[in-house]
Design a protein. Structure first.
Length: 231
């Protein structure tokens, strides 16, 4: 895994993103039994119950758990709080890329700082390499990462989300909705940018606020994943 991401990028990932990445690395798109899911939950100090909620990326069916890719998550319900998990930013970015919402995509990458964060792109690339050919999530990730340079360059200069002069926080509310409404819309009800889509991002550097001890977590979960590593 460290070879896939690089040491610096691995250290930049938050607990929920590491949880998601490890699950994909170990089990791909398969459902897993509850005891395996709970081991990962403990290893990365996440709340599996919350992740199975309406805005989460996991689902429970009986005694099994599955992960939701960006194609599976509710496009209208996926919203980013302050200091969002990187996996949520990535899933939103995949949805916007897939829908052809380039201006909104640049705005999200700029407001969260993800467009300039190497760890974000390393995670996207790693997931694309892990997932099998023909997988819908892999296709979305490859499209997004294939345009990394252009998106990284455009994100800081995006005019969709302006920043306040003093604190550097993204201006939310009417400004986002009004400017987004002017763009050509191939499916205006597919991805509606609600006024509270981005709920006050601190911008670049947000990823350092909620981190776990990465090496310790990987050591704890190694026993869970070694036998399921894809070849």
């Amino acid at each position: 895994m460290r070879r896939l991401l690089g040491p610096d990028s691995l250290d930049a990932l938050d607990g929920e993103s590491l949880f998601y990445l490890t699950w994909r690395w170990a089990y791909l798109t398969a459902a897993i039994p509850a005891d395996e899911a709970y081991k990962l939950e403990r290893a990365f100090d996440v709340d599996l119950g919350r992740l199975c909620g309406p805005r989460g990326f996991a689902r429970q069916s009986g005694s099994n758990f599955t992960l939701l890719g960006p194609q599976d998550r509710d496009r209208k319900g996926l919203k980013l709080p302050a200091s969002p998990p990187m996996i949520d930013i990535l899933h939103m970015a995949c949805q916007l890329w897939d829908a052809g919402r380039r201006r909104e995509l640049e705005a999200v990458l700029g407001a969260t700082g993800a467009g300039m964060e190497p760890g974000f792109w390393a995670m996207a690339r790693a997931l694309a390499e892990i997932l099998p050919d023909g997988d819908r999530e892999r296709t979305m990730l490859r499209g997004l990462t294939g345009n990394r340079d252009a998106l990284s360059e455009a994100a800081p200069n995006s005019t969709l989300l302006s920043r306040s002069e003093g604190g550097g926080e993204a201006v939310e509310g009417d400004g986002l909705a009004a400017q987004g409404a002017g763009a050509e819309d191939d499916g205006e009800h597919d991805l509606q940018f609600a006024q509270d889509l981005v709920e006050g991002h601190p911008g670049a550097g947000t990823f350092g606020s909620v981190r776990i001890m990465v090496q310790k977590a990987w050591a704890r979960t190694a026993r869970v994943t070694w036998r399921c590593q894809p070849r």
